[in-house]
Design a protein. Structure first.
Length: 330
């Protein structure tokens, strides 16, 4: 006999089963909620990936649509002076700028001098004499101190028509010492010697004439020069930069001698003289180009900058454009 309520075994099992079912239902709801959050994160990641892919596709498409910023192309067929493109001046066939180094040029010295003159010796390249530099018209200029010259490398035989221009500042000048010389077979005097040079000359009256453009072509017995007009014989002052230009036009030949053509000499873009010059016959296998030195005459002190050589004739507007571009400041 008992005072409490009696419990049957089946009743206890029934209550336990209900509790288990309830826990299972709760677990199911928790699981479904977790799956929902996971799907949302996955969808978000997918959306971000798709957006990134679209951005990448858009960036790839930009060049095709011409929307990217590209550097403007520089016209390589024109001269550039102080970062200014000269639209009316074609690029020179040879250019030498001495901005702290000798590019396509080398120091040369001459052995066997007696009292600063030589009986005839080609200058030799040397690494024992360092080049000197000074402030130029654009960057640095090469300075020759009277102990060495410079050979311009890679210069071939010029065409029948040509233009040469360069900036020149002399500390001193010697008769016949070349400011610039281009020629072949320089020691074959009276034979196959052919050359051009810029020089100073003193007249019999003692007047200095400078610059003089001198040409010799021994094969045809020609020796000619173009000098400043008689009214203005001295055109270059010491320690001052001057822009010297020569234009030789082979289309303007002498009626008496077809091996002589017209040359025009300019100083600071103004023509100071004209006359017949020798038509050169340079040997392509034996061309030398020098600054401040040749095989015979005295060396001197001077600075050079921005040497340009064209295998055709520049007109006066093109010469003026070059000169003006260099002297402009700012």
């Amino acid at each position: 006999m008992s005072n409490g309520v009696g419990k049957e075994p089946g009743s206890v099992l029934r209550h336990t089963g209900l509790a288990v079912i309830g826990l299972a239902v709760v677990a199911a709801f928790v699981y479904l909620a977790f799956l929902g959050m996971t799907q949302q994160n996955s969808d978000a990641d997918t959306a971000q990936q798709e957006a990134g892919a679209e951005d990448a596709a858009a960036s790839i498409a930009l060049p095709e649509l011409g929307l990217t910023q590209e550097e403007p192309e520089v016209d390589s067929s024109k001269e550039i002076v102080k970062d200014v493109l000269l639209s009316n001046v074609p690029k020179a066939d040879y250019s030498f700028s001495f901005n702290g180094k000798l590019s396509d040029a080398t120091v040369v010295i001459r052995e066997g001098d007696v009292n600063h003159f030589n009986e005839g010796t080609y200058p030799d390249q040397t690494e024992d004499v360092p080049p000197l530099f000074t402030e130029g018209m654009e960057g640095d200029a090469i300075y020759l101190d009277g102990s060495y010259g410079v050979e311009l490398l890679g210069v071939d035989a010029l065409s029948d028509s040509y233009t040469i221009s360069f900036w020149f500042r002399a500390d001193e000048l010697r008769d016949w010492s070349p400011f610039l010389l281009i020629g072949s077979h320089l020691l074959d005097v009276g034979g196959s010697q052919s050359f051009l040079s810029f020089n100073k000359k003193t007249t019999e009256e003692g007047t200095q004439v400078v610059p003089v453009f001198n040409t010799i072509d021994a094969a045809f017995g020609n020796s000619c020069e173009v000098r400043p007009s008689m009214e203005d014989k001295r055109c270059i002052s010491l320690n001052v930069w001057n822009y010297i230009t020569i234009c030789v036009n082979a289309d303007q030949r002498s009626e008496e001698d077809p091996n002589k053509v017209m040359g025009y000499l300019y100083l600071n873009s103004e023509m100071i003289g004209s006359g017949l010059v020798s038509k050169l016959h340079l040997d392509p296998e034996s061309v030398n180009a020098y600054l401040g030195i040749n095989c015979f005459d005295e060396l001197f002190r001077a600075s050079y900058d921005e040497i340009h050589i064209w295998n055709h004739v520049l007109d006066e507007s093109q010469i003026s454009s070059m000169y003006t571009a260099y002297i402009q400041t700012g």
